[in-house]
Design a protein around this ligand. Structure first.
Ligand SMILES: [Zn+2]
Ligand SMILES: [Zn+2]
Length: 646
């Protein structure tokens, strides 16, 4: 049965046998395939499927694997016939877009865009099952958004073109993931490849006797021209031995070098959440373009990014996925960025459990809910420590200060410039200002938004289920909490000198440190007028224009067409740190205390040495934390820790 490409091993045979026993004869089973982490059951009698609406779930429960039922190719309707049935039968409320129905012939799935995708799935999958029985195609719904994300569209079309290869890849990966465990006597070792006692180039190698998993593979953009500092320690990696790469979120210090693995010949999977896939594509594309323009050396190109996307597998929060014969992955909300995940690895049938936080926020924000703390089991916690030595101003206070500044600047007919990075902060600032305007705390003025922020906002609208409850409900109700009537989305050629004449107004533009993007252009136009203000809402790295301005320099150099121009800084300069997507010291300690169950080992990473040291000292001082955490470790890059050592 299953694919017939390999001689099946015992465990797999038993598994297949137990699945086959549960499939009713009348469905006419044609084959069972291991496709990546999924087990796909292909049947011929599609009409009979309506009688068994919860068959996949009941098999999944029994064999503890992800099960999907599809109809074999010879029993499917032609795409044209199927399209007609989908359009005619979908409830009107679903708002199906007839021009956005895409058939993936290799997998038998059909992507259907709808305003309310819930309606084409139906409660308990009823409607989706009905369509499967009628057409033989399995519906994958996609939300229609008020303004479209180009990235998602491009990725969807690209993947459809790669459909044959994707199926082949998923099947060979399925064989690999579900291979029999050879070594019963296992160990777990983690090795720090980057991002330890530093911020940037995050990467951790997790090894068992059976498998190798890479967690994140970032670049330190601050050290671009020195591979010894910018890239994780790559020379001890054998890419052909990797079982998988798991990326926590789309920031460059976590995903920036993943395409390099493919350039070196890696052809395994990258596991991410759906929003992370899209954001990662945007960030990496931007990195490639910016590097090309500024003649900075980036060791890979667009082709490697496409290869990365071809091999990307998306996972949902709280969903268990087999990534190796002895490793199960579950991602949980990290509260740091849209789609950001805390990684839970369940290793060796209950031998050991590792939680890696990636970057996380242990407090609710307007945009996202706080990081997850409940896990089935935890023996080791690997935790970020960016703000291990400092406290942030509480969010309500930060919001009040922002509103106050915009109000003050508006009263004197000035323009408030808020430089942001594309993802996270920009969307949150929009939520704050839109609400303040609604509640008449600030006057009704135009808010201009320019740069990558717009594309990223569209991705937020695409995935409301990843957002805080309030924002999610608003989007489900058909509202657009980011782009209200006063928000002006700027695209294409923009007449910036005209825009700065609209006073008072607010301009939100990338990038967040004023070292590129439209924000710099606006800064040049606004800097010399004391009625204006610039408000920094994120970290300003050493050496950036943002840092110089924040530090109070009254004259700053700006490069204009390869010539250095000196700009006088007369505008008001403000800085608010309370919008951070990272936990501050208090939240980090609270997380180590609140995580449940309690870890025996805590490993600190992703922080300057002083931040790591301060946090380690605090954790060691806490009687409560010391009562369960036998070791609190602060490794350096290249250190290995044998987690299962007795
Ligand atoms: Zn991050
Ligand atoms: Zn980070």
């Amino acid at each position: 049965m299953a694919s017939g490409r390999l001689i099946l091993d015992r465990g797999k045979l038993m598994l297949l046998k137990s699945i086959m026993e549960q499939i009713p004869q009348e469905l006419e089973l044609s084959n069972i395939e291991f496709e990546g982490p999924l087990i796909v059951i292909y049947v011929r009698n599609r009409k009979a499927l309506v009688k068994y609406p919860s068959l996949a779930q009941s098999i999944a429960k029994k064999v503890r694997k992800r099960i999907v039922i599809r109809v074999s190719p010879d029993a499917r309707l032609s795409p044209d016939e199927a399209k007609k049935i989908i359009i005619e039968n979908s409830p009107r409320e679903a708002g199906v877009d007839p021009d956005a129905i895409y058939f993936d012939e290799a997998s038998g799935e059909v992507i259907v865009k709808a305003a309310k995708p819930g309606y084409i799935v139906g409660r308990g999958n009823v409607f989706r099952n009905m369509l499967l029985a009628e057409t033989g195609w399995r519906v994958v719904p996609l939300r229609t958004t008020p303004f479209e994300t180009k990235t998602l569209k491009e990725i969807t079309h690209y993947l459809l073109k790669q459909s044959e290869y994707r199926l082949e890849f998923m099947r060979s990966l399925g064989d690999r993931v579900h291979r029999d465990v050879v070594y019963k006597n296992n160990y777990v070792r983690v090795t720090a490849l980057g991002g330890f006692k530093e911020v940037g180039r995050s990467s951790i190698l997790v090894e068992t006797r059976e498998s190798r998993i890479l967690l994140d593979f970032g670049i330190n953009v601050g050290a671009f021209n020195d591979p010894n500092k910018a890239y994780p320690i790559i020379d001890i990696l054998r890419v052909d031995e990797l079982d998988g790469v798991i990326a926590t979120h789309a920031h460059l210090d976590h995903v920036g070098l993943i395409p390099l693995l493919y350039k070196y010949g890696y052809r395994g999977p990258v596991y991410v959440t759906k929003p992370t896939r899209e954001l990662m594509a945007i960030m990496l594309k931007d990195l490639i373009e910016v590097s090309r323009r500024s003649s900075r050396y980036l060791p890979y190109g667009e082709k490697d990014l496409l290869t990365t996307l071809t091999h990307t597998i998306t996972v949902d929060y709280d969903e268990v996925t087999d990534v190796a014969p002895d490793v199960k992955l579950t991602m949980y909300n990290a509260g740091h960025l849209l789609g950001s995940g805390i990684v839970h690895l369940h290793i060796g049938m209950g031998l050991y459990n590792v939680v890696y936080t990636g970057d996380f926020k242990y407090a609710d924000s307007r945009l996202l809910s706080r990081a997850h703390t409940e896990f089935p089991r935890v023996e080791a916690l690997i935790m970020e420590s960016t703000y291990g030595a400092s406290l942030q101003e509480p969010r309500p206070q930060a919001e009040a200060r922002l509103i106050d500044i915009v109000k003050r600047v508006s009263e004197r007919k000035g323009v408030t410039l808020i430089p942001v990075f594309a993802a996270g902060r920009g969307q949150e600032i929009l939520l704050v200002l839109n609400q303040a305007m609604k509640e008449k705390q600030i006057p009704e003025i135009n808010i201009y938004v320019e740069g990558l922020v717009n594309e990223v906002t569209a991705i937020h609208l695409q995935y409301p289920e990843y957002l805080s409850k309030k924002v999610k409900d608003e989007i489900y109700n058909g509202e657009n909490p980011f782009i209200t009537d006063h928000v002006r989305v700027l695209e294409g050629p923009v007449a910036r000198p005209d825009i700065v004449e609209d006073r008072p107004s607010v301009i939100i533009a990338t990038n967040g440190m004023l070292n590129g993007g439209p924000a710099v252009e606006y800064f040049k136009l606004l800097a010399e007028d004391p009625r204006n203000a610039v408000v920094f809402v994120g970290y300003q790295a050493e050496g950036t224009l943002g840092r110089m301005v924040k530090d109070g320099m009254k004259e700053v150099p700006i490069v204009v067409e390869n010539k250095v121009e000196v700009i006088k800084v007369a505008l008001e300069v403000e800085s608010i740190d309370g919008f951070s997507g990272h936990s501050d010291q208090r939240e980090l300690v609270a997380y180590a205390r609140d995580i449940n169950p309690k870890p025996k080992t805590i490993i600190l990473n992703h922080g300057e040495p002083s931040a790591i040291e301060a946090l380690a000292t605090l954790l060691r001082k806490s009687k409560e934390i010391r009562s369960y955490a036998e070791r609190i470790l602060t490794p350096s890059n290249l250190d290995s820790i044998h987690l299962t050592a007795q």
